[in-house]
Design a protein around this ligand. Structure first.
Ligand SMILES: NC(=O)c1ccc[n+]([C@@H]2O[C@H](COP(=O)([O-])OP(=O)(O)OC[C@H]3O[C@@H](n4cnc5c(N)ncnc54)[C@H](OP(=O)(O)O)[C@@H]3O)[C@@H](O)[C@H]2O)c1
Length: 287
């Protein structure tokens, strides 16, 4: 039995739908915190919905009974409280889950064991490796579908201005990652492997803006201001402090090349080239 967590979210729901094309419903279970349209849809197809939360260890031990493979989708809430992820790993051990597949994040630097308390994904990968469980780590790149949101609503008029420099990102679509993840779940030979699920090439935001200019026929500006000037502009646009910190942190990571990890792993797992940024921008911005 394969259990997919995070099925009320975008990656989890896309993955379980892909998985269900290869594995019959009676071989699939789904973990959710509450009932909604997505869980009703899965339940109508005969998928076993098990209710539980990463915040509630006992609920996880109960939900993981009889599970061979567990797709452990990271929770954004765990950045503030790593015990959410610790609960999932401990419950998988207690319930004798045979393999845990964890959705981590791409990184250009090795995990630094002295900084684990500031590195949720590094901490979780480390904890999984120490747990004795059979694991697979999927290091997901930033979602290509997030590009319009990153650029902001006014991008076609005002352009994109953030201190990202010439830093590149090996974006891939969530859809391609879901396909690769489903393929890992329904095939063998992945024990103790780490895959980089990103594009086969990386692109900078300058290149992204050039491509959107080409697609739309508009002359869209791009600049990489100093971080202090960026913060001032976000402050004058009334962004909340937490959002400013997140945007600055992301821009700094991009600038440092943190997300510049082109890889063939995703292409190998899905049996074709992943959707490229250029294709995505044409589909998204062409009228
Ligand atoms: N690679 C990227 O660019 C990127 C970007 C953003 C996030 N992420 C990470 O990738 C994960 C999946 O992405 P997504 O787009 O599918 O996110 P999403 O749509 O926000 O889905 C997150 C899923 O995780 C569930 N979840 C969150 N906290 C939980 C908890 N404490 N216990 C049980 N379930 C919990 C949510 O359940 P509810 O519906 O009950 O909230 C939801 O089903 C995110 O959770 C985040 O960690 C990656």
């Amino acid at each position: 039995m394969i259990l997919v967590t995070g099925v009320t979210g975008q990656l989890g729901f896309a993955t379980i739908n892909e998985l269900n094309k290869h594995v019959p419903s009676n071989g699939i279970a789904a973990l959710a915190r509450s009932q909604n349209d997505k869980t009703n849809d899965l339940s109508d197809r005969g998928i076993d919905i098990r209710f539980g939360s990463y915040n509630d260890y006992e609920s996880l031990v109960s939900a993981f009974q009889g599970i061979d493979k567990l797709l452990f989708i990271s929770s954004g809430e765990a950045f503030a409280d790593f015990t959410l992820h610790e609960n999932v790993i401990k419950a998988a051990q207690t319930a004798n889950v045979k393999q845990v597949i964890y959705t981590s994040t791409q990184r250009s630097t090795a995990i630094d064991e002295s900084c684990l308390s500031e590195d949720l994904h590094g901490w979780t990968e480390y904890a999984l490796k120490k747990s004795g469980l059979n694991y697979v780590i999927l290091r997901n790149s930033p979602y290509m579908e997030s590009i319009p949101q990153i650029l902001g609503q006014g991008v076609l008029e005002s352009g994109y201005h953030a201190p990202v420099g010439e830093g590149k990102i090996s974006f891939a679509t969530r859809t391609d990652m879901a396909l690769a993840t489903a393929n890992v779940l329904c095939s063998q030979g992945h024990d103790f492997k780490t895959y980089d699920l990103g594009g086969i090439e990386s692109v900078s935001f300058g290149e992204i803006i050039d491509e959107i200019s080409k697609v739309t026929g508009k002359d869209i500006p791009f600049s990489s201001p100093e971080t202090d000037d960026y913060i001032k502009s976000l402050t004058s646009d009334s962004f909340p402090e937490a959002a400013i910190q997140a945007l600055v942190g992301f821009a700094n990571q991009v600038n440092s090349g943190y997300f510049d990890n082109p890889s063939n792993d995703l292409a190998s797992l899905i049996g074709r080239n992943p959707v490229s940024v250029s294709e995505f921008l044409k589909q998204t911005f062409a009228d």
